[in-house]
Ligand binder design. Structure first.
Ligand code: PDD
Length: 285
C-alpha cells in the first residue's frame, strides 16, 4: 500500500521513522481516524477540526491546512482503493517530531512528523436490526488521566481498559468516574436510552469529543423529535436502561445487549436504535 510520510507518498515498506521520534519515546502526538465509504469521507471537516484543536493544545504545528489534509486523505483513498477495496479509513498521526536526544522539554525548532495511511474497514453499517453488530460490555472505574478530551497517541490508559474488558469476555468496557458517572468506553462514546429519551455524558475533559457522537446529536436534533440530553449518567441508570449504544467512526451506532451479567432492556436490538441508525445513515454525509 501507499502511505504519506512528511510530504511524500511512498510504499509502506519504505516508510521510516527515527526511534528518536517523540511519538515513539513519549507518545507525544495527536492522531485521527476518518472513515469513508465508496470514496466519501464521513465527517471530514469536524475530524480535521478536532485534530487541529488537539495539535494547538500541544503546540504542535505541522503547517497543513484543511485543503492540504483533504488532498492527502483523498489521494490515500485513490491510491489504495485497488488494495483496500471501497470502504477505507484514513489514520493520521502527527508527533512533535524527532530530536537528537531524549529530553522531556519541548525541543526548539523541530519539525512535526506527519504520517497517514489508509486501511480497509467493514461495509457501511445499515439500519436493519438483524444486521446490527451487537456488543457485550463490562463496567470499570475510569483510571485514565484528566485530559481524555485530547486525542493523544499516548493510549496506554485506553489500551489497558480495552484489554480489561476483553479479558472478561466482553468487547468493550463502560468507564465510570469517582462519582460513579459514566464517561465513555475504551474507544467509544456511550449513549443510554430510557423511555424514548436519549442521553449521553456532556463534553468535559473526561471524555473524547467523538465525531460520531457530534454528528448523531446534530442529526437527531435537526431531523427528529426524539428528546436528546447531554448530562451526567449514573451507573444505576446504565443498568436500568432500555437501550445502550456505543458510537465511533468504525462502529457508527452499535447496540449493547449485555452489561456485566445484566441484560439490556429486552435483550434485543431496540426500536430507538433503528430510528437513530436510519437517520444517521440518511444524513451523515
Ligand atoms: N476511537 N472515545 C475514545 C476514547 C475513542 O478512542 C474514540 C475513537 C471515540 C469515538 O470517537 P469518533 O466518533 O470520533 O471515532 C470515543 C478511534 C476510532 C480509535 O482509537 O481507533
Amino acid at each position: 500500500s501507499i502511505v504519506y510520510l512528511n510530504g511524500d507518498f511512498i510504499p509502506a515498506s519504505e516508510a521510516r521513522i527515527s526511534p528518536m521520534d517523540r511519538g515513539f519515546l513519549f507518545g507525544d502526538g495527536i492522531y485521527e481516524v476518518i472513515p469513508s465509504y465508496h470514496g466519501r469521507f464521513v465527517g471530514f471537516k469536524p475530524h480535521i477540526a478536532r485534530m487541529q484543536d488537539g495539535l494547538a493544545q500541544l503546540s504542535i504545528d505541522p503547517a497543513l491546512n484543511l485543503n492540504d489534509w483533504q488532498a492527502i486523505c483523498q489521494r490515500l483513498l485513490t491510491d489504495n482503493q485497488h488494495f483496500n477495496g471501497d470502504n477505507q479509513a484514513v489514520y493520521i498521526q502527527v508527533s512533535r517530531g524527532t530530536d537528537t536526544k531524549r529530553n522531556h522539554a519541548f525541543p526548539a525548532n523541530i519539525k512535526a512528523t506527519v504520517f497517514a495511511y489508509a486501511f480497509p474497514i467493514a461495509a457501511e453499517p445499515v439500519a436493519d436490526k438483524s444486521k446490527a453488530t451487537t456488543y457485550n460490555v463490562v463496567t470499570g472505574q475510569d483510571l485514565r488521566w484528566q485530559r481524555c478530551h485530547i486525542k493523544s497517541t499516548s493510549l496506554l490508559g485506553n489500551v489497558l481498559h480495552y484489554q480489561q474488558g476483553y479479558a472478561s469476555g466482553a468487547q468493550e468496557i463502560l468507564l465510570f468516574d469517582k462519582d460513579d458517572n459514566l464517561t465513555e468506553g475504551a474507544a467509544v462514546n456511550v449513549f443510554v436510552i430510557k423511555n424514548g429519551v436519549i442521553a449521553t455524558p456532556p463534553l468535559t475533559t473526561k471524555l473524547l469529543p467523538g465525531i460520531t457522537r457530534l454528528l448523531l446529536l446534530n442529526i437527531l436534533r435537526k431531523h427528529s423529535n426524539i428528546k436528546v440530553e447531554e448530562r451526567d449518567i449514573s451507573e444505576q441508570e446504565v443498568f436500568a436502561a432500555d437501550e445502550i449504544w456505543l458510537t465511533s467512526s468504525s462502529k457508527e451506532i452499535a447496540p449493547v445487549l449485555k452489561v456485566n451479567e445484566h441484560t439490556v432492556g429486552t435483550g434485543e436490538v431496540g426500536d430507538v436504535w433503528l430510528a437513530a441508525q436510519q437517520l444517521f445513515s440518511a444524513h451523515k454525509y
